[in-house]
Design a protein around this ligand. Structure first.
Ligand code: PLP
Length: 387
């Protein structure tokens, strides 16, 4: 039986040609394509600067370092995310904590964030960095979070791994109007892909300079930043402890070509989401609620099973759909319930809304090439198992 995945890339002839062109050129990495790709994404999202790296995980790490996150500092994020949203804090030696989710959007609850900040202010345990995750492609309420950032003095790093192409109020996600930095992922299941890849966007020149430095070993060839006069044309200095988080020109070429189709990618995802909304209407499921300020990029389409209205269990529904060749998935196992985080002291019961969501959620297939007939089949199978 043909398997239907939950997400997959769309690669066309132009994508392939643009990659082959780079393969035949002088530069496989650190060539002109990376800057072109960065410029194109920055322009698309409406930010001043962009730094392309080899994954969103690397992008989150660099963003935290650029924000000055250190041991004894704190990073807060959503428990309903991929582990990378929290791990970036641990990479810096900082303490990580979570803010429970909103019951409707499955994003970090602004009300909970506000309350947690209020009590953290009293015990001098405020976070240095907060990472709101735009779950499934729907923006968090960034204006409200930015207000809290002003009041409590933390840096905002948006994890927009799901959300390139989405909007908040009148601007594109990634414009950094309400944040210090925004991170995109270009993993193949995301909206546009480079194979592996990520990017940090910002409007702040200082942050941009730090990100560029840390992306490549902390090495500079800029004589103004050096501690002594250049020894000659070969000379460079390492002035920070950086990494090799560079992306290749091959990947950047793919990303640049993909980006030219982003509007059609998003349009098709919206169509699929609308169609699911209509087809699932009379079934015992909760379809994704959309806030008025957000226009989702629809990386994911998540339903919640109304377990008290059906006889099958959540895992049985999941299993039934997998057996029918439907690559359903679950986003996410709450991060604080991962064994690694248990060792850090987190326990079940700490973020109950995320835990409750986890008991009921199922991600249905959504991607550019998903056919209407496949979608009809998926819905028919859901009807069968819930019926
Ligand atoms: C995919 C994803 C990441 C990590 O992206 P990579 O590019 O695979 O490193 C981080 N955060 C979220 C929310 C993601 O979905």
């Amino acid at each position: 039986m043909k398997q239907i995945p939950y997400g997959r890339q769309n690669i066309n002839k132009e994508d392939i040609d643009s990659v082959v062109k780079i393969l035949k050129s002088d530069w496989l990495t650190q060539g002109p394509m990376i800057e072109r790709f960065e410029k194109a994404v920055a322009e698309y999202a409406g930010a001043k600067y962009a730094v392309a790296v080899n994954s969103a995980t690397a992008a989150l790490h660099l963003a935290c370092l650029a924000a000055g996150l250190e041991p004894q500092d704190r990073l807060w994020t959503s428990p309903n995310s991929f582990v990378a949203s929290a791990n970036c804090g641990l990479y810096c030696g900082a303490e990580v904590d979570f803010v429970d989710i909103d019951a409707r959007t499955y994003n970090m609850s602004v009300e909970m964030l506000s309350r947690k900040l209020e009590s953290a202010a009293k015990t001098h345990t405020l976070p240095k960095v907060v990472v709101p995750v735009h779950f499934s492609g729907q923006s968090c309420d960034m204006a409200a979070i930015a207000n809290l950032a002003k009041k409590y003095q933390f840096t905002i790093v948006e994890d927009a791994s799901h959300a390139i192409g989405g909007s908040y109020l009148d601007s594109k996600i990634g414009c950094c109007q309400y944040s210090d930095m925004t991170v995109f992922s270009f993993h193949p299941v995301k909206i546009v892909t480079t194979g592996e890849g990520g990017m940090v966007l910002t409007n702040n020149k200082d942050l941009y300079d730090k990100l560029v430095l840390l992306r490549s070993h902390g090495i500079t060839r800029n004589t103004e930043l050096m501690t002594e006069k250049s020894h000659g044309l070969w000379y460079y200095q390492q002035i920070e402890l950086g990494y090799n988080y560079r992306i290749t020109d091959i990947q950047a070429a793919l990303g640049h070509s993909q980006l030219s189709r982003i509007d059609s990618f998003i349009a098709r995802r919206r169509e699929i989401a609308d169609r699911y909304n209509a087809l699932l209407k009379d079934l015992p499921v909760i379809t994704p609620w959309q806030d008025g300020y957000a226009d989702s990029a629809w990386h994911l389409y998540v339903i919640r099973i109304k377990l008290d209205e059906i006889s099958a269990s959540h895992s049985r529904v999941f299993e039934f759909l997998r057996e029918a060749g439907i690559g359903v998935n679950l986003h996410y196992i709450p991060i604080h319930m991962q064994p690694y985080y248990s060792k850090l002291g987190f326990k079940k019961g700490m973020f109950t809304e995320a835990e409750k969501y986890y008991q009921e959620a199922i991600s249905l297939p959504i991607y550019f090439d998903l056919q209407d007939e496949e979608q009809d089949y998926i819905v028919a199978k859901i009807r069968e198992v819930l019926g």
